[in-house]
Design a protein around this ligand. Structure first.
Ligand code: ADP
Length: 490
């Protein structure tokens, strides 16, 4: 029988190192708050380099044993972990909503989404094939075998407190790697709960270690992993600036890196699009998590022939979205994660208005609900000289840019240093083929706004980073290929 936990049993406030819950070595703590109210939920370990080092020591001790387990043994543990996550979906979903602010339905949805990666990699664990290379010389055999890369450091953001860390830990464990992890300071509780369930599922001591740290202490803590040659890989989801810093700072120990960084996703609506489908797709992709995902459309290009109609249809649907705390069962958009986030949104909208944008709906903070709420917003007459064209707004704001030709739209869409997700709507088969090829992005949604799936490769190009998560490619980043050459056989 898969055990169900109460919320207070799932809330952990210490580090998890070598199979034990331990306070930070200096005893320091920092507050985790509810973004809806600002109230403190828990005081968690504020780690230092010593804690990071202890985690690496444990992961190093555990590695040989874990590497040598049979793939099907690792698969069985991952499968049990998956079942525990699913059995505790309601409580984990509530915990996500509590510390991150997303509506309960989305919290629950994130649990299912994160669990799907664990199920996927439980299956992939048993399919890590190598090659027997066709013989090139008599008396000589050549083989390529895949080995776990070693200790993996996982550093994750706050927008998907469960899914981001699950989709890093699951492939690492599937391949036989051991893990040291640090979740975002805004949302460490879900990660700790997840690690507790992994332990309950039978992940041996030292195989999976988690430390938490405040923003101030994160730098020195993570730096210990960056400089430690025993850590062979960094898997990071977060901002481009931090991703580049991690790559630079770890260069001395030549680690393998997977960097899933920022986006600035274009969403193009052509004159020949199914407009209702485009509006629905945009709502699904833009307003998930209040616009705080790296695949959220940030720039929406609408062809001149349908521009006003699209703006009106969209405005109507966006104005009807319900903004409320996660605890309200009808909530569709919750609070933004923190003051920094809501200030950035307000700055982008104010800047757009100064440069001639027109409000179709929204365009203001909702202070009556709390300090971190912003109204879902549609802005018409967006222009390239606005801040929201160059930077990810990471909030519920849709700027509508007008364009005339396909070439103009594709050029504008690609005119960014980023390249994670992109979307376009058209019913013309030849255009679909042309635009799919022309967009510089790791992911293209064609007449589809919901692109993420554990079975698909997720990742970007250019400043959006490198490496792929999920799919059959998702194990590659955790493996190294060893070539075996056996001679003197004839
Ligand atoms: P965001 O802007 O969404 O918070 P960040 O890239 O700043 O994205 O943060 C993502 C993750 O990276 C978090 O876990 C955060 O603590 C961590 N982080 C941020 N800055 C650093 C740094 N200089 N060194 C190590 N980790 C960092």
């Amino acid at each position: 029988m898969t055990r169900r936990f109460e919320l207070d049993e799932l809330i952990r406030s210490d580090n998890f190192i070598d199979g034990r819950w331990t306070p930070a070595s200096h005893g320091a703590r920092f507050a985790v708050t509810d973004p809806a109210t600002g109230n403190t939920i828990a005081q968690v370990a504020d780690s230092s380099e010593a804690d990071a080092r202890a985690a690496t020591d444990a992961a190093a001790r555990a590695f040989p044993g874990w590497r040598d387990t049979l793939p099907k043994e690792r698969a069985a543990i991952l499968r049990r972990w998956h079942d525990l996550i699913v059995a505790n979906q309601e409580t984990l979903g509530a915990l996500i909503s509590l510390e991150q602010g997303k509506p309960l339905a989305e919290g629950r949805g994130e649990v299912a989404y994160g669990a799907s990666y664990v199920a996927w990699f439980a299956e992939e664990a048993t399919r890590i094939y190598g090659d027997i290379i066709p013989q090139q010389q008599r008396g000589k055999r050549m083989m390529a075998v895949k080995e776990p890369i070693g200790i993996v450091a996982a550093i994750t953001p706050w927008n998907f407190p469960l899914a981001m860390i699950a989709r890093k830990i699951a492939p690492a464990l599937a391949t036989g790697c051991t893990v040291v992890a640090k979740p975002a300071e805004d949302t460490p509780l879900t990660a700790s709960a997840l690690v507790m369930l992994a332990h309950e599922a039978g992940v041996p001591a030292g195989v999976l270690n988690l430390i938490t740290a405040s923003r101030e202490h994160a730098v020195a803590t993570v730096a210990d992993w960056l400089h430690d040659a025993r850590v062979r890989k960094i898997t990071f989801t977060g901002s481009t600036a931090v991703g580049k810093y991690l790559a630079r700072e770890s260069a001395e120990t030549l680690k393998k890196l997977s960097l899933e960084l920022g986006g600035n996703a274009p969403f193009i609506v052509f004159d020949d699009a199914d407009l209702d489908a485009a509006v629905t797709g945009l709502l699904a992709s833009k307003f998930r998590n209040g616009g705080q995902t790296c695949v959220c459309p940030n720039r929406v290009y609408v062809q001149a022939g349908v521009y006003e109609r699209f703006a009106a249809l969209l405005g109507e649907r966006v104005a009807a979205l319900k903004v409320a705390p996660a605890t309200d069962p009808d909530a569709q958009i919750g609070p933004m994660i923190n003051t920094r986030a809501v200030d950035k949104i307000a700055r982008h909208v104010d800047d757009a208005l100064t440069h001639g944008a027109r409000i179709v709906t929204g365009g203001k903070r909702l202070t009556e609900l709390g300090p971190h709420y912003y109204a879902p917003t549609v802005l018409a007459d967006a222009k390239p000289n606005m801040l929201l064209n160059a930077e990810e707004t990471f909030g519920p704001v849709v700027p509508l840019f007008r364009f005339e030709s396909e070439a103009e739209a594709v050029a504008a869409a690609n005119n960014t240093s980023f390249g994670l997700a992109s979307y376009f709507y058209s019913e013309n088969a030849k255009r679909i083929d042309r635009v799919s090829q022309a967009l510089e992005a790791g992911i293209v949604g064609i007449n589809e706004g919901a692109v993420a799936s554990e079975a698909a490769p997720f990742g970007g190009v250019k400043d959006s980073g490198y490496g792929r998560e999920g799919s059959r490619y998702g194990l590659d980043d955790y493996l190294s290929i060893k070539y075996l050459c056996q001679g003197n056989l004839a």
